[in-house]
Design a protein around this ligand. Structure first.
Ligand code: ATP
Ligand code: MG
Length: 560
């Protein structure tokens, strides 16, 4: 592995180092990763996971896993389980610190009562639409609610009745009493509790009022003793509200919110809402479709945890939004697999060849190296015989000059085997389609025998009698546009050819019953991973990435 295990610095770490120097929080570092269980995690979440758990590791602190489950309607246990699996798979451990915001519903209710008693919150009867109208705009101040001056007693009574189910969904809310003229819209008496009936998967029907994210989040951080609450940039405008809640409720050891830019990746979408749309409407085959940027999709595709962590390290942490080229992610996995996986030969679009001067029943077992990058990987035996398969694309009847593959009269080397010469192509008389090639081999050119004759092209092949039939799935970007979000409907640039399934591939006998999740390099084709549940009686291989390193090329073009 070439990954740079020494983690680089970033502005968040610098702030934490400074805090430690000043013995802020008594030298404690405590972070959290707070997903909302309303979908599967994606590579953007991986960035946040690596950052939060990574910081805890680096500074001898702790990181909690906290489900931010304050919305009963959109959330589901299926998501909880998948999120736990993904965090673990990435290599992180929350130990005993698995929490749910719903664990704090009683506490949060008490905090809200405290705000009411301090005349810092009130029950408002305006409809949500009216609240929006009253809020004003960036250039105009808001208008105060006619319910703003309710007495403490009245507010306590109404809030309790909200909780007890006296009122219809949406008919009343609890609002923080801050400043309707604040230049920050989030400070204009934001809603902190709403009435919403719906069965919560953990608290059932116990509650019909639910805290809003902006209220629940800082207080969940406080309850857990979080010191650094790291979130993405869109929450920067909410920070004054975060701080207001913490200060107004006199939280000891106040947690500190810090924001960083989310990860955006080219040629894909990241929002869970959009991913869910693709899954629910069958544009892809489930949340773990290997074309999706979900962690489960990347895992099924064959990505390794190390390569994703390496990627998250390389992209760094910044304060400005940008789009990272997906080629960089591919580069990271390619670089790792180059050193770690076995090479094998697989013919994806088979063309039969007959070696006319090779005896009918002879089989030779030839030596093939498992990984030229890893001398310890050793050799394996591969069978060679009279009838073989090569790629259809490796033969041209009428080749251009620089085509160093098979053509009538031309010679190539078969990898780990002999030099062969193409004598002629046999065609179907009716269709003109090429059915097979007839070749001859030069017995003096066996690889490893000390032979010296060189030819320009080397082809991969398999022995027809020994090969195993397999299915291979080739993936391309899910979207044709670099930024699908530019269109009114992000689905407009979906790539209809993002999956190509080849069902009659021929692979080495070595790959007869491959273990799901095992990765290989198919010579000349790229890195592949055995599918986890193929739904086929043949072995199924997902292509992780091809061998062409477009990222290295982009870097070179930029002079890096
Ligand atoms: P989405 O819009 O994809 O649903 P979200 O922010 O609503 O994302 P959450 O479950 O609330 O998803 O996110 C949990 C944590 O992951 C948050 O702290 C959030 O900031 C972070 N996160 C989400 N998406 C990204 C991203 N693309 N890059 C970095 N961090 C992210
Ligand atoms: Mg969210």
């Amino acid at each position: 592995m070439t990954t740079n295990s020494e983690s680089s610095s970033n502005f968040i770490k610098n702030i934490i180092k400074e805090d430690l120097k000043n013995n802020k929080n008594n030298g404690r570092v405590h972070t959290r990763f707070p997903p909302e269980p309303n979908g599967y995690l994606h590579i953007g979440h991986a960035k946040s996971i690596c950052l939060n758990f990574g910081i805890a590791e680096e500074f001898g602190g702790l990181c909690n896993l906290r489900f931010d489950d304050t919305n009963p309607v959109k959330e589901d246990v299926e998501y909880i389980e998948s999120i736990k699996e993904d965090v673990r798979w990435l290599g992180f451990d929350w130990d005993k610190r698995l929490f749910y915001a719903s664990d704090y519903f009683d506490k949060l209710y008490q905090y809200a009562v405290e705000l009411i008693k301090a005349e810092k919150a009130y029950v408002c009867d305006l409809t949500l639409e009216e609240i929006r109208e009253y809020r004003g705009t960036l250039t105009e101040p808001g208008k105060e609610s006619p319910y703003r001056e309710r007495t403490i007693e009245e507010n306590l009574d109404l809030f309790e009745k909200m909780k007890a189910g006296f009122f219809a969904d949406g008919s009343r809310v609890l609002r923080a009493k801050i400043d309707m003229a604040s230049p920050n819209l989030n400070m204009r008496d934001p809603v902190i509790y709403r009435i919403q009936r719906g069965n919560h998967y953990r608290t059932g029907d116990r509650w019909c009022i639910y805290p809003m994210y902006d209220f629940a989040h800082p207080l969940s951080d406080a309850v857990e003793g979080v010191t650094h609450s790291i979130c993405s940039l869109e929450f920067a405008d909410h920070r004054p509200l975060y701080d207001w809640i913490i200060e107004t409720l006199n939280i000891e050891q106040p947690p500190q919110q810090m924001e960083f830019a989310r990860l955006n990746l080219s040629s894909t979408v990241m929002s869970k809402r959009k991913l869910r749309e693709l899954v629910d409407h069958g544009y892809v085959d489930g949340w773990d479709d290997p074309r999706l940027p979900t962690i489960s999709g990347l895992r099924r595709r064959g990505y390794t945890p190390d390569s994703i962590r390496d990627f998250c390290e390389r992209i760094g942490v910044a304060k400005a939004n940008s789009i990272v080229n997906i080629a960089m992610l591919e580069h990271c996995v390619r670089e790792e697999l180059n050193y770690s996986v076995q090479r094998v030969m697989a013919v994806l679009r088979p063309l039969k060849i007959v070696i006319e001067n090779y005896p009918e029943n002879k089989v030779e077992m030839l030596d093939a190296e498992n990984n030229p990058e890893d001398p310890g990987a050793g050799l394996r035996k591969i069978p060679f015989s009279r009838v073989l398969y090569v790629e259809q694309g490796d033969f041209r009847e009428d080749p251009p000059k620089k085509f160093f593959r098979l053509a009538p009269g031309r010679e190539v080397r078969l990898k780990h085997a002999y030099i062969i010469k193409c004598e002629r192509a046999v065609k179907d008389e009716q269709t003109g389609e090429i059915k097979e090639l007839h070749c001859t081999y030069d017995p003096d050119t066996r690889s490893g025998s000390g032979e010296t004759r060189k030819v320009k092209g080397t082809l991969h092949w398999v022995s027809a009698a020994h090969a195993v039939e397999a299915e291979v799935r080739l993936y391309d970007n899910l979207f044709l546009k670099e930024n699908p979000d530019e269109d009114d409907d992000f689905k407009a640039s979906l790539n209809k050819d993002s999956l190509e399934t080849l069902t009659s591939c021929m692979v080495e006998p070595e790959l007869k019953d491959p273990v799901p999740g095992t990765r290989y390099q198919f010579l000349r084709h790229g890195y592949f991973c055995v599918d986890t549940y193929s739904g086929s009686d043949k072995p199924v291989f997902n292509r992780i990435v091809s061998l062409k390193d477009t990222w290295a090329k982009i870097q070179k073009a930029q002079g890096k």
